[in-house]
Design a protein around this ligand. Sequence first.
Ligand code: SAM
Length: 336
Amino acid sequence: MHESNVYVNETQLYLLSYIILRFLFCSIYLLCCLKYTHISIIYNEVSYLENLSNINVIKSLLAKHNFSFSKALGQNFLINPSVCPKIAEMGNARKGFGIIEIGTGVGVLTNELAKRADRVVAVEIDERLLPVLAETLSEYSNVKIINADIMKVDLKKLIADEFSGLEVAVCANLPYYLTSPIIMSLLEQRLPIHSITVMVQKEAGVRLCTGMGARDMGAVTVAVNYFSSPKILFNVSRGSFMPSPNVDSCVVRFDIKDKTPDGVSDEKWFFKVARGAFSQRRKTLVNSVSSALGIPKENAAKAAQAASLLPNVRPEQLSMEQFIVFSEELKKLSLM
Ligand code: SAM
């Protein structure tokens, strides 16, 4: 009786071995699956970040972070993979350079800048993008993000603190609502920078890069030509952005001059006169300047005469030299 209790027949032994083997086989299979999934997750993560200008990647990234575009902040993100490498290369992102970027979006241009330049400091106003950037730029130790309004950042200090020993350039796909203020401010501060390479609305690019005396020039044209040699680099279609804007764009570069034109005794006054001159389209120089600056019309007329200008000359007809002489004469008369 006792013997029959411990007795295990051959069939039961086979069954037991089969169960054990099956268990071992399934465990090995499961372990392999887990390892493969892990590898594929890592692989997807890498390729996912390499495709930052891919519309589906941006969409899933933004959905993951619950992000919605702000029209007010000019958020049109680049989705054309050929554009950012070109901006970076033509914008002097290379060894020996530190780059200031304005407005990172998800970091598509920042990535290309960081690959090429020694250091990148990017200023982004929208704090909702910070967790996105922590993900997309995690592999770069040479990138710093500053969450601020570019118009309120002390760029002279930033350059001194962050880019010691490096040449500095600005590269950006600008928020279009701030195009002129940003460019005017970068130029008028006389920052120690080599170039400014920016994506702007196509019409703005034409106006910025036109020479003095052109019909569609504005106050910003005076500043751009005073401080730099401007150039349109290439056009970018509206379909290269998400969401797609109603206008086409272009990339422009301003190479900062070593020496500005002679004869300006007070740059602040000079640009005040330039802004006043273009404040009312289709008005004469004398009328625009006197009403914008609150100067007696006869003083503006005298300054025009001293600069050998006709009384009914329009601001867009002046050369740089004539603008300089006019503003200097106006200053003398305003001090009297
Ligand atoms: N560089 C990204 C790209 O090419 O996809 C985004 C470019 S998007 C046209 C402009 C970016 O500038 C947005 O990320 C927006 O939040 C940011 N921005 C808008 N106003 C700003 C300001 N005053 N200071 C700093 N960044 C600003």
